[in-house]
Write a new protein. Structure first.
Lengths: 146, 251
């Protein structure tokens, strides 16, 4: 009789444990695309483009625009941007004012195709802090040493 | 004990209390409560601290200084380019290990796993009741009587750093070169006293985030922004009662 009671108690414990474990299991999430699976020939460079002029720092992610938003290479190249990274920022008119007039990013970021250039600033402007996080470097180190 | 004597006594339990007596007792309680309430509202709280709790923005005409230098920060426009920080460094000779103004960053989760970043410029709030001034043992820091700027005299500073602990905004740092605490003074010595209208950080900001001016002047832009309708103006850490003069808005 004692043995049966012991088995019942143990069984209840194990069952409860199994149930708790089952409810705790993480829902399978969409796996992040690894660098190897990402086709750079089709979607453009895997690493984000970072502009440092006229203000530091603005991020452009090819993956978000091509693979996720479905744009082709010739949607932007070579009319809006040169293929070579960082050429645009050498131009005098690479400013927010030009974007509002429909140049560069402003061709799509006009409020109808995608969010307007004068809204949601920090989506693209990652700042000195964001830049330091991405590339590493002294900006963040000096900021935290007070 | 004499039971027969006790039995003759009148009962004192609640059933014998008349309605009139009950009412009197309740009225007495109300009167006492009223005296306490009235006292704390009318006389026990000074007018100054009662005002401090009423809101973060001072009523027009109540600004203690003229010019009442103040800054309002249009927070959502800040993109952390840190041009302000650089300009401050060169203008006020701030070393690499310290800062007079800084940019903080915070993240807010949006729908579908997205997030939004907000950059928050911070600097000395030039409080109307500055805790740093109160704790300084050598009066090396004080509130300028004319402009309301919280200024430092590095020669008088003994480097005890009590003010750094007292400051609710972490706006002070110890400058090794002068062996004294250093802080923002709205560029008073480097720019304002030389006839400039704006501080170095305001001048450097490409996104027009920082607006500086005389809050006591109803025609100034800072006055217009602080008293703008249909928006919200807030300050950092209002619970300290320091009455800061750096305001934040999204207008």
């Amino acid at each position: 009789m004692k043995h049966i009671l012991l088995f019942i108690v143990l069984g209840a414990f194990l069952l409860a444990g199994a149930l708790l474990h089952a409810t705790n299991v993480q829902q399978p999430t969409e796996p992040e695309i690894a660098a190897e699976e990402y086709d750079e020939d089709e979607f453009g460079p895997y690493d984000p483009i970072i502009w440092e002029k006229p203000v530091k720092a603005v991020i452009f992610d090819h993956k978000v625009h091509t693979m996720e938003a479905g744009l082709d290479c010739d949607s932007c190249h070579d009319d809006l941007f040169e293929m070579e990274a960082g050429v645009a920022q050498e131009a005098e008119d690479f400013t927010m004012a030009s974007l509002y007039d429909g140049s560069y990013c402003g061709a799509c970021h006009d409020g109808s195709t995608s969010f307007a250039s004068d809204t949601r600033c920090t989506t693209c402007h990652i700042g000195v802090r964001g830049h330091a996080r991405l590339v590493g470097g002294g900006a963040d180190a000096s900021a935290s040493s007070h | 004990m004499k039971i027969d004597e006790l039995e003759k006594l009148e009962s004192e339990d609640v059933s014998t209390i008349t309605l009139e007596e009950r009412r009197k007792f309740l009225k007495l309680g109300l009167a006492i409560t009223g005296v306490y309430l009235g006292g704390s509202v009318l006389s026990l709280t000074s007018v100054k601290s009662a005002k401090a709790n009423s809101g973060v923005v001072v009523e027009p005409g109540d600004y203690p200084y003229n010019p009442h230098y103040s800054m309002i920060i249009r927070e959502r426009l800040c993109v952390d380019c840190e041009a302000c920080k650089e300009a401050c460094r060169t203008t006020n000779n701030v070393p690499a290990y310290g800062y007079r103004t800084n940019i903080l960053e915070r993240r807010r989760t949006l729908a579908e796993g997205n997030y939004e970043t907000t950059f928050m410029p911070v600097l000395c709030n030039h409080c109307n009741r500055p805790p740093c001034v109160r704790v300084c043992p050598t009066t090396a820091t004080w509130k300028d009587e004319k402009t309301g700027i919280v200024v430092m005299n590095p020669d008088r500073c003994i480097g005890c750093k009590t003010c750094m602990t007292a400051c609710p905004y972490n706006a002070r740092y110890f400058k090794e070169e002068t062996r004294a605490v250093d802080k923002c003074n709205f560029c008073f010595d480097t720019r304002l006293s030389k006839g400039e209208q704006e501080t170095a950080c305001v001048d450097a900001c490409p996104a027009d985030v920082r607006v500086f001016g005389n809050l006591a002047d109803p025609k100034s832009r800072v006055y217009a922004l602080v008293h703008q309708p249909e928006t919200m103006v807030w300050v950092l850490r209002p619970e300290t009662g320091a009455l800061p003069n750096v305001y934040y808005t999204n207008a």
